[in-house]
Design a protein around this ligand. Structure first.
Ligand code: URA
Length: 235
């Protein structure tokens, strides 16, 4: 593995930050100061300021969730999204941002607990983009209503005002809706409040991580290094 990638993963920093650390001459591969970012680590110990860096493999998976699966890691009765993931049994995967049973699309699973927490934190503004089909008709006024926010009840019956959301109308019955929160049934409730019922809902992006169109429902893959880097820009 390249030294910049190693430092990146061991310290949980971006590739750019890792390169700056290497440039400062603080990193050694064995006894040699790492001078170039593309030097490889082939089983040697790696040190930062003479402290050994422990490299723990971190996993990031994107899944195209089908209908009928619960966004949970375990359930007594219902199939969960984790039932679709094979070969990662020993990895403690967290689900980033849950979807309803009947919602399809992008689910991010990761063993990076810190990132999972940050991407869903109400303090951060990470937009999640959805493709929505409704049985009513979207109007230009709906764009303003989503932007201004609306009063809704959350899962605990508490009234809240939604944060500004972006509605992009594709045609009368279809739109993209981007929200930065993840309240219970939020998209369905927002559309209901606009006088329409959701008949199909698919999440297509979490921040700047976009669902790979080549993944069929139920399929998943590991994120590329570039996708991981871009995700980190959201937090
Ligand atoms: N909003 C909803 O109503 N359902 C989802 O699954 C996600 C967002």
């Amino acid at each position: 593995m390249r030294i910049d990638k190693f430092v990146c993963r061991a310290l949980g920093v971006t590739r750019k930050e890792a390169r700056d650390i290497i440039k400062s001459g603080r990193v050694k591969i064995g006894t040699k100061v790492a001078i170039k970012n593309d030097w490889n680590v082939n089983g040697e110990d790696v040190f930062l300021d003479d402290n050994k860096l422990n490299f723990k493999e971190v996993y990031y998976l994107m899944l195209n969730k089908p209908k009928g699966y619960l966004s949970a890691t375990f359930d007594n009765k219902l199939p969960t999204v984790l039932d679709l993931i094979k070969g990662y049994d020993k990895v403690n995967l967290s689900i980033v941002g849950r979807l309803d049973m009947d919602t399809v699309g992008l689910i991010l699973l990761t063993s990076d607990g810190k990132m999972a927490h940050q991407l869903t934190s109400p303090k951060k503004t990470c937009f999640k983009k959805y493709f929505v089909q409704v049985d009513g008709k979207f109007t230009i006024d709906d764009i303003e209503s989503c932007k201004k926010g609306m009063d809704l009840y959350d899962g605990k019956g508490k009234l809240y005002h939604t944060k500004p959301a972006k509605l992009e109308i594709i045609n009368e019955h279809e739109a993209y809706l981007s929200i930065s929160e993840g309240k219970y049934h939020q998209i369905k409730k927002m559309c209901h409040s606009l006088g329409k019922e959701v008949i199909y809902l698919k999440r297509i992006a979490i921040g700047n991580l976009i669902l790979d169109e080549n993944l069929k429902e139920g399929e998943y893959r590991e994120l590329t290094d570039e996708e991981i880097e871009r995700l980190k820009e959201n937090i």
